[in-house]
Write a new protein. Structure first.
Ligand code: ATP
Ligand code: MG
Length: 289
């Protein structure tokens, strides 16, 4: 079970996040990024955060610690922003909290070096959970004290939106050509050899047990929260064994840093460019911007 804390102060919204997560202080003196049950994305996003976040941690990946946060919407009464007010009003009760990493920076693939083995672990993990939200457009990785941290696992396990088709959906390949770590030459096979044997039925059952009952009740077609937990285990377990064979990485691309436009616009062309302007990386061009 995740530890439970109570929110005592709403600090500020994080406007970069589509679900409008907020920073809150809790009664354990901790500061958390809070993801709200009342957000438009729904409670399945929170279930995905717990299962994938805990699974990542158990596999040795850096994911900030998770807690559940009791919210009394009254703490937002002084909040001037109506959108935030509405969100807090709709989210009384249990919400998700993630340890806030103060001073962290968004991951920049042009500024960060990572070896193919480490990149392979992250890509393999994202393939397992079918994460469609770690692209170069939106890396959902932070750099904190010099190390990369994985955040935002809400857009994963697409199969939980349609349980009758879950087995077929979980058997599908993973397209990693847009993945923020694709240009690092990730060694997905090495990661699978290391990590797949650790994704056992026992481990998956334990991480599914961390999801609070109230986010699993009333799931159509299931006979209570434990049956839903079982469905997550049954989708992930076979996928762990073979997904590395079905990862598409695309062509390996250059990650060489390019000069910013303001430096080159009116100046002598930079040695790597053919014209005067900044040149985007091959990877970005491929992305069809
Ligand atoms: N644990 C954390 N510590 C520090 N900052 C964080 C943390 N988690 C999230 N953030 C910041 O808040 C932003 C939004 O968080 P997150 O991506 O989890 O929200 P989201 O609503 O799911 O976003 P998205 O629009 O990507 O779906 C992040 O891009 C990051 O800048
Ligand atoms: Mg995000």
């Amino acid at each position: 079970m995740l530890s439970e804390v109570t929110a005592i102060r709403y600090v500020t919204p994080l406007r970069e996040g589509g679900s409008l997560p907020g920073i809150v202080e809790a009664d354990d003196l901790g500061t958390y990024v809070m993801k709200f049950t009342g957000a438009g994305q729904g409670r399945k996003t929170l279930v995905a955060e717990v299962i994938c976040g805990r699974l990542g941690q158990r596999l040795g990946l850096r994911v900030p610690d998770l807690v559940t946060i009791q919210l009394d919407p009254v703490i937002g009464l002084g909040e001037p922003d109506q959108e935030v007010q509405e969100l807090l009003k709709a989210s009384g009760g249990l919400n998700l909290g993630m340890d806030y990493l103060p001073g962290s920076l968004g991951f920049d693939p042009l500024a960060y070096e990572m070896d193919p083995v480490e990149a392979g672990r992250v890509v393999w993990f994202d393939a397992l959970i079918n994460n469609v939200d770690r692209s170069w457009r939106n890396p959902n990785m932070l750099v904190w004290h010099g190390e990369p941290w994985l955040i935002d696992h809400g857009a994963t396990m697409i199969w939980h939106h349609n349980w009758p088709g879950a087995q077929a959906s979980a058997a599908k390949p993973y397209d990693a050509s847009d993945h923020v770590l694709a240009p690092y030459g990730p060694d997905v096979a090495a990661a699978a050899a290391e990590l797949a044997p650790r994704v056992t039925e026992g481990l998956l059952t334990e991480v599914a047990a961390d999801v609070p009952d109230e986010w699993l009740v009333d799931e159509p077609g299931f006979d209570g929260p434990d049956a839903v937990r079982r469905a997550y285990v049954e989708a992930l377990l076979p996928r762990a064994a073979t997904i590395h064979e079905r990862v598409t990485l695309g062509r390996r691309t250059e990650r060489k840093a390019q000069p910013p436009g303001w430096l080159t616009e009116h100046a002598t062309p930079w040695p790597h460019t053919t014209g005067g302007g900044a040149v985007r990386s091959e990877h970005q061009k491929d992305g069809g911007e």
